[in-house]
Design a protein around this ligand. Structure first.
Ligand code: IVH
Length: 712
């Protein structure tokens, strides 16, 4: 970039950052995601490294938080400046920072590792043990007086306790809205016709900056202290020691910090937090880890920059919240006819994957979230959790946004949609048997790994067979098709000839492909995947009963309930003949499932499906099992990582069929943890809890003989 462009870019960025700061700190309504903000700030810093003349005193890089300006609250000058933190975004950058710090100190310090609490910074001053002032951070020198509001926070003592209370102590910490209480607050706000908060941090900020302390008092805010400002009358060597002292005086300090030595231990801490950040033991949201030099004498040695101390760094985790454009809201038809609106978004990366669709559950939920088509929305994906549209960024609306209207008729078959029961939030397509979309979803589901396991019958093939025009491009010249399957009943009667000429549309592709290739005199030679389909259909005829039950799409009957039913009754006929009480008394079944099973069998075309499958050779009963020796009775076994001789399901099956319990998380009650290749944190958990670890070979031996007493 040449100098002129660099200057232009700098001023664009600086303006955008200042505007974002005003929205974030001034309105408690951010317009940028943290990730966007961080990345703009980084770009600004890089520009200033290259062109130092840009680093003027009023650059956003030289300030903490928000530029001071008019507010509704009285100004308070902090006794000591309340700084921000510099950020790093990768393990390598963290390592480089630690090495630099070590070089500056000329030795290896002890590191204090903490959680980076996603809340809002507050400065408290206690004189002779009494809280005399509480203020927001403001620009780091002058904040806003929120003493009245802070006094309503249960965690924050109005008076320090103990006999050694000092004449002066200024502490800093983070006020946050506990995650568990956040959902409820939003539900209450919406019920009262008010706008919900975008996230717990905004809820904390909005609750704290209230003119009326009674509103603050009604919100379950908490605080954790993470630093000291000015103090008199006591001496300290380490920051960790300060936490002990402050806790003794009744101030809230985190229990999740750790003093460690060396790179490896810091990495370990970061990894642990990354894996446990959503555990309920951590009450607040966190967006990273803060690594500090523990010794206070070293703080003085290292000093500060204009906005951050040099003795601390924030290691930020990849963002779980990003902003993106909501391009459209469309509806899907599920396997049970439920109509689900979902957002179609400009693709964005969040928490390690690219997201472009997110469910909006039902029409009420779209209203509750208040999103319009065309909005910039906050998209959240917390760890492994399914991506969620949190809400709109209202400040960025420009009048082109429009409201979504729930359809009244099924987009697939045209049937009139209605709720099943009067107060249901979901609406459904009642045309269960013939609606192509419902059929397609049932066919796809029956082929899944936890049902009949027909790999060649994926979503594309299911669409081609039962709902052939679902993904047909709108602008194609290709004619519409009739579906080969008009119901799942005829699935096992398919022939190669049926598939000749059937087009399979790949999502987004302009050209279809075919199940068969052909020449003029031999028009339908099956392709390899088509042969595989027929082989797998053949194999599916002799699957265990529980898999057939799952394949029938009986509401609430997943693999677990299906196994229980199959074990208890042994055949479809016996299940059909059982009354509700008999069904409900089966371990793992219960009333809801029993009712759903009975209701399912009461529908004619369901019975026809069973009859047609049976006639096509699908086994509808389990063979009487030779009484297997339950060598694993009473044992709980967890498998982690990849095994060579077993898929996940097969390993589970092997454990269950021998009377053992296959669990997914390790606890002190776990009997064995089987560790394959690339194991996750479960292997560490096992080591920590002292649970016996087995390799694959030892697992195979265990399956054969059960546990063998070890010679001492
Ligand atoms: S120490 C003098 N420790 O993050 C530096 N800050 O993005 C004081 N924060 O301004 C910061 N958790 O408001 C520290 N464990 C923690 C923190 C933490 C959250 C906040 C704090 C800081 C901001 C920087």
């Amino acid at each position: 970039m040449d100098e002129l462009n660099a200057h232009q870019r700098w001023s664009d960025l600086a303006l955008a950052i200042v505007a974002a700061q005003e929205a974030y700190y001034g309105q408690d309504a951010p317009t940028l995601s943290d990730a966007e903000y961080d990345s703009m700030m980084r770009e600004l810093m890089t520009l200033e490294d290259t062109y130092p003349e840009l680093r003027t005193p009023d650059s956003p890089t030289q300030h903490v938080g928000r530029p001071s300006e008019r507010t509704d609250f009285a100004p308070v000058t902090h006794l000591e400046r309340l700084l921000s933190l510099d950020n790093v975004f990768s393990a390598e950058e963290l390592r480089a920072w630690m090495q630099r710090t070590q070089r500056l100190l000329d030795r290896q310090p002890k590191w204090l590792c903490e959680l980076k609490i996603d809340g809002l910074a507050v400065d408290l001053v206690y004189r002779d043990g009494r809280l005399v002032s509480a203020a927001t951070r403001g620009d780091g020198r002058v904040g806003e007086d929120i003493t009245g509001n802070v006094l309503t926070i249960g965690d924050i003592p109005a008076r320090l306790r103990g006999t050694d209370v000092p004449p002066l102590v200024e502490v800093r910490g983070e006020v946050f809205f506990p995650v568990a209480a956040f959902e409820q607050l939003n539900a209450e706000l919406v019920a009262a016709g008010k706008a919900p908060f975008a996230n717990p941090r905004n809820a904390a900020a909005g609750s704290l900056r209230q003119k009326d302390p009674r509103v603050t008092a009604a919100r379950p805010l908490s605080m954790l202290v993470h630093g000291l400002g000015a103090y008199e009358g006591f001496q300290l060597e380490n920051q960790s020691e300060a936490y002990e002292l402050l806790r003794g005086w009744g101030l809230p300090t985190s229990t999740h910090y750790q003093v460690v030595r060396g790179q490896q231990e810091v990495d370990e801490y970061v990894r642990w937090v990354g894996e446990h950040r959503h555990d309920p033991v951590i009450e607040h949201e966190l967006d990273g880890v803060v690594v500090k030099v523990d010794a206070l004498a070293d703080h003085a040695l290292l000093g500060d920059t204009s906005r951050a101390p040099k003795w601390a760094i924030a290691y930020k985790f990849p963002p779980e919240e990003v902003n993106t454009k909501l391009l459209d809201i469309q509806v899907g038809v599920g396997r049970t006819g439920r109509i689900t609106p979902f957002g179609v978004m400009a693709p964005v990366r969040v928490a390690g994957s690219t997201v472009e669709r997110a469910t909006l559950h039902n029409g009420f939920e779209v209203k509750r979230k208040g999103v319009l088509i065309g909005d910039t929305v906050v998209l959240r994906k917390a760890g492994d959790v399914i991506p969620e549209i949190v809400g709109p960024v209202v400040a960025l609306r420009d009048g082109t946004q429009r409201e979504f209207v729930m359809p009244t008729h099924c987009p697939s078959c045209g049937a009139e949609l209605r709720p099943e029961k009067e107060d249901d939030k979901d609406i459904r397509c009642p045309n269960a048997q013939h609606c192509p979309a419902q059929l397609r979803e049932r066919v796809f589901a029956l082929a899944s790994r936890s049902a009949l396991d027909i790999e060649a019958l994926g979503l594309e093939a299911a669409i081609a067979l039962s709902d052939p025009d679902a993904d047909r491009p709108t602008d194609t010249q290709e004619p519409r098709q009739v579906s080969v399957l008009s119901s799942e009943a005829s699935l096992f009667n398919l022939t190669v000839a049926d598939l000749a000429g059937v087009k399979v549309w790949r999502r987004g592709a302009l050209e279809p492909y075919f199940f068969t290739k052909g020449t003029a005199n031999k028009p339908s030679v099956p392709k390899e995947t088509t042969l595989q389909l027929f082989r797998e259909l053949e194999a599916a005829r002799t699957r265990p009963l529980w898999r057939v039950l799952v394949a029938l799409s009986i509401r609430h009957v997943g693999p677990t309930a299906a196994r229980s039913l199959a074990d208890a009754f042994g055949s479809i006929d016996a299940i059909r003949a059982a009354d509700a009480a008999q069904l409900a008394s089966v371990d793992g079944v219960g009333q809801v499932i029993a009712d759903a099973v009975q209701e399912w069998f009461s529908v004619d075309w369901h019975q026809q499906t069973i009859a047609a499958w049976a006639a096509a050779g699908v086994r509808m009963a389990d063979e009487a099992k030779p009484e297997g020796v339950p060598v694993l009775a009473g044992l709980t076994i967890v498998v982690t990582g990849t095994l060579n001789g077993f898929s996940r399901d097969a390993a589970k099956e092997a454990i269950i069929s021998r009377g053992g319990k296959a669990a997914s998380s390790v606890s002190a009650k776990t009997s064995y943890v089987v560790v394959g290749d690339n194991p996750g944190s479960k292997a560490d958990d096992a080591a920590r809890l002292g649970v016996t670890i087995l390799n694959e070979e030892q697992f195979v031996a265990l399956l054969e003989t059960g546990p063998v007493e070890q010679a001492p």
